[in-house]
Design a protein around this ligand. Structure first.
Ligand code: C5P
Length: 216
């Protein structure tokens, strides 16, 4: 079976870019679980569903045709025929994705899908990142990491990632973390989970810290 590297952490911790780079360095596959929550949110908005309407969200799960395809230009995310790779990163999605992530049926369905993707990978390993990977999705992963950074640093990194002029405030990031933390605790490391604090590390050093734990 593939070596599973589970990475959790708050928004703006660099989880996604660090996990992706670590997976490349290791020759492993990469699974961004937040992308699935974002894609379901995109589907809800596309269908004109109020994201606070849990029953309507659960009803969407049935026909939810979520796929990721690895191409030369990176991973593309599609829902049905629509390429939503860029759309799922828009602030209108980030603003309401927590509504969807708090619905228990959504978490169960997506977690099943994540576990299947982990099982079916043909790579020698897979780096899986999210909020509850070390605790719920893959608690028996070979390597379990909580990636953190001081809030000011996370906010600065996230603003640097966004297109110039994109409105995303410190308040939005803080609010999303606070709402997400009501559902899963990704701010404290569960027993056996190694914390990597990237506050004082640059990108490459953080990637090396992850890779180092895998090669240990
Ligand atoms: O990681 P990212 O910021 O793209 O995640 C988007 C949202 O998806 C999070 O704010 C959270 O609400 C949800 N999420 C989750 N559990 C995961 C991954 C993401 O609840 N494992």
């Amino acid at each position: 079976a593939a070596v599973v590297v589970a990475v959790d952490g708050p928004a703006g911790s660099g989880k996604s870019s660090v996990s992706k780079a670590a997976s490349r360095a290791l020759g492993y596959a990469f699974l961004d679980t937040g992308a699935a929550y974002r894609a379901l949110t995109w589907q809800a908005l596309e269908s004109g569903i109020d994201t606070a309407d849990a029953a309507a969200i659960v009803a969407l799960l049935d026909g939810f045709d979520y796929r990721t395809t690895v191409t030369d230009e990176g991973t593309r995310v599609t829902v049905g025929d629509a390429d939503v790779t860029d759309a799922i990163r828009e602030p209108r999605i980030s603003a309401v994705v927590s509504d969807i992530a708090r619905v228990p049926e959504v978490r169960l369905a997506l977690n099943d899908a994540f576990r299947r993707m982990i099982r079916e990978t043909d790579a020698p390993g897979i780096v899986v990142e999210g909020r509850d990977i070390t605790t719920v999705v893959a608690p028996d992963a070979a390597v379990r990491i909580l990636l953190t950074a001081d809030e000011a640093v996370r906010i600065a990194r996230r603003s640097a990632e966004l297109a110039p002029g994109t409105a995303s405030t410190a308040g939005q990031l803080r609010e999303r973390d606070a709402r997400d933390a009501q559902v899963v605790d990704f701010l404290t490391a569960a027993p056996g989970v190694v914390t990597i604090d990237s506050t004082e590390l640059d990108f490459d050093q953080t990637v090396q810290a992850v890779v180092g734990l895998v090669n240990d």
